[in-house]
Ligand binder design. Structure first.
Ligand code: NAP
Length: 298
């Protein structure tokens, strides 16, 4: 793709993930505009040549592709259909890519409303952590019509390493819920294993190194066990956001008849972390709950 043929991309939401995605799109040579609700997240994007605009509507009016990465379902609804939202500015033939993790059923409703004004929609939630967003190594889970997904692909390839088209609109979000359920079990398992190592008098760092070549290896063990051992949980991925994702997964489970006892337990422990002031800790703070149940930090 030549510099001239690259679509104009507008990014909405310059938080941990969206800020890193926007920076990678600018570095990859896409003509870039960006909007963030709260001022003060824009200096890196401006330094990379991106333009900061006043509203989502203004951003959509000049973009071929709008990429959204905000927190939750009502937030996506608000930037799409609220006052001065994307729908108020988007032109027929443009495309919205939603990289937020939100509810699949709401995603289908949003896509249908945009389709009525000739705007395409692709859901493209991501996994791979803040590191993956910074290094453009995310795994991207995509739902949408094949032609829309192909239009989105060059943009997604600039922010991630694997782009998997899983089905129609909403399929990406459904697959992301699966990912979050698996993560819940992995974080809890690593936290429990490390607490057992500590309580048993083992050298936990030596244990982590020894296990890393075996069947218990995982991204969480490799990247988050250090935080769990230090009992210090810098971001990352906020506990409150994972709790939001488990809410989506447990709703899907109720509707489909799946039974998810570990996800339900993780959601309860995370609700406890939120209630005790740890909503903005990294999700590895699940270990805080397990450590505390074992009396480690009394
Ligand atoms: P974050 O750092 O908290 O950033 C959230 C962004 O959403 C901010 O730009 C925030 O704007 C914006 N926002 C929230 N509500 C809004 C609203 N009503 N209107 C307009 N903007 C709004 O979160 P994040 O970690 O980047 O996560 C973003 C999405 O990616 C979430 O859906 C999350 O589940 C998903 N995700 C995160 C990770 C991760 O490791 N962090 C990994 C995979 C997926 P303000 O600056 O104004 O608050």
């Amino acid at each position: 793709m030549t510099e001239q043929s690259r679509p104009r991309v507008g990014v909405i939401g310059l938080g941990t993930m969206g800020g890193a995605m926007a920076a990678n799109l600018a570095r990859a040579g896409f003509p870039l505009a960006a909007w963030n609700r709260t001022p003060g997240h824009t200096s890196e994007i401006e330094a990379l040549g991106g333009m900061i605009v006043a509203t989502p509507a203004a951003l959509a009016s000049t973009a071929d592709i709008v990429l959204i990465c905000v927190s939750d379902t009502p937030d996506v609804e608000s930037v799409l259909f609220g006052r001065d939202g994307v729908a108020a500015g988007a032109t027929a033939g443009s495309l919205v890519i939603d990289c937020s993790t939100i509810d699949p059923a709401a995603t289908r409703r949003f896509a249908a409303a945009l389709a009525r004004q000739g705007v395409g929609f692709v859901d493209a939630p991501v996994t791979g952590g803040s590191e993956g967003a910074r290094n453009a190594t995310l795994a991207i889970l995509v739902g949408g019509a094949p032609a829309d997904v192909e239009r989105a692909r060059p943009v997604l390839q600039a922010i991630g390493r694997t782009v998997t088209h899983l089905g129609p609109v909403g399929a990406g979000q459904a697959a992301k819920a699966v990912n979050q359920v698996i993560l819940a079990g992995t974080y809890l398992g690593v936290a429990e294993g490390l607490v057992l190592a500590l309580k048993s008098g083992l050298d936990p760092e030596q244990v982590v190194a020894a296990l890393s070549g075996g069947a218990a290896q995982s991204w969480v063990l490799a990247n988050r066990s250090g935080r769990m051992l230090a009992n210090d949980y810098p971001l990352g991925f906020k506990v409150a956001l994972h709790l939001k994702d488990l809410g989506i997964a447990l709703d899907m489970a109720r509707e489909s008849g799946a039974v998810l006892p570990v996800a339900a337990l993780a959601a309860q422990l995370e609700a406890g972390l939120v209630a005790t002031g740890h909503a903005a800790d990294d999700m590895s703070a699940l270990a805080r709950a397990i450590r505390s149940l074992s009396g480690l930090d009394a």
